[in-house]
Design a protein around this ligand. Structure first.
Ligand code: ATP
Ligand code: ZN
Length: 299
């Protein structure tokens, strides 16, 4: 297969998204080899190559059609889109999937001793951030006039250094804020990783692989919480049991040899199955309950 027909996927070289991105692609069936510090890894069983780059470069690479797909935080994508719009360029990449990892939020935080009483308290203040466009939009949407101090990093220490009165930064657990004696007061954006693709029409063979990959991603994301439940029950208890099976489609009912009034029920539940559910199923007459993880699913 020639170079042109291999899909190029940009992902973070080393950071919070790296392991999750790799894990997702491996679950989609990709086998690849990556040497230390190699910037490219070649898929061994799919016509797909990975480019390891800084997360901030991913939208540009996809936008400029150097890569066909990219795995990156919505925060980076949203900031880039606003920046492009401000410069009069429409966004050219497309978000094709929301992914389940990289959850965080872009929030405004103030020092502990800042007397905060709603967004109005930010008027006239200096807010440090690496996300000037998202912060700018938030302030405009809320009718607040404040000074945006654009930094390239270490935003959380800006108030202590006297460079800002508040910050706007990514938060997941809040432990960094706590360590810097900052308090989260406003949420600007709820973020998670996304898959973006080039808007350019792809040659058929590449396009087909994109579709296949999307289908596999859906399969991987669907099964994460899914469980396969097996149980035995009296036929008479079936209506009650069906009501109790969480998020399941029509279960398979199998007769039990030598027990005309009892059946085995097998069902895929698209939600996690908790002990409480098993206890309710048992109370409804079920026995021999078994819950198994689902590895792959293709609807
Ligand atoms: P790079 O060297 O690739 O530019 P970075 O320092 O910008 O790395 P990371 O800190 O690895 O990036 O974060 C990558 C992405 O992980 C973020 O853009 C965001 O989407 C997500 N993320 C999830 N939780 C957090 C968090 N608590 N802080 C920062 N980013 C987070
Ligand atoms: Zn970055």
């Amino acid at each position: 297969m020639d170079e042109q027909s291999r899909l190029k996927v940009a992902m973070q070289k080393s950071g919070r998204l790296t392991d999750f991105s790799t894990d997702l692609l491996v679950r989609c069936g990709l086998k690849f080899s990556r040497g230390k510090d190699q910037l490219v890894a070649f898929g061994e069983n799919m016509p797909l190559d990975l480019l390891f780059v800084r997360d901030d470069d991913i939208p540009d690479l996809v936008e400029e059609d150097v890569c066909d797909l990219g795995l990156v935080g919505l925060n980076v994508v949203a900031e880039k889109s606003l920046e492009l719009a401000a410069k009069g360029h429409p966004t050219r990449f497309e978000i094709v999937r929301a992914l389940e990892f990289g959850r965080c939020r872009l929030s405004i935080a103030v020092p502990e001793n800042f007397s905060y009483d709603g967004v109005r308290s930010l008027a006239g203040k200096r807010i440090a951030t690496t996300y000037p466009y998202l912060l700018g939009k938030f302030l405009t949407d809320n009718g607040i006039d404040a000074e945006i101090v654009t930094l390239s990093g270490a935003v959380e220490i800006a108030p202590r250094l006297g460079r800002a009165d508040a910050i706007c930064d990514l938060v997941s657990t809040g432990s960094t804020l706590l360590a810097n004696r900052l308090r989260e007061v406003e949420k600007v954006l709820e973020s998670h990783a996304v898959l973006i693709r080039t808007p350019v029409a792809l040659p058929a063979s590449k396009g087909e692989w994109v579709e296949r990959l999307l289908m596999r991603i859906d399969g991987v994301q669907q099964v994460r919480e899914s469980k396969y439940i097996m149980l035995h029950a009296p036929r008479s208890a079936l209506p009650a049991i069906r009501k109790l099976l969480p998020g399941s489609e029509s279960p398979t009912i199998i007769p039990l040899e030598g027990h005309p009034d009892r059946v085995a029920v097998h069902a895929v539940c698209r939600e996690n199955v908790f002990w409480e559910t098993l206890e309710s199923l048992k109370a409804a007459g079920a026995s021999a309950l078994l819950v198994l993880p689902v590895e792959k699913m293709l609807a």
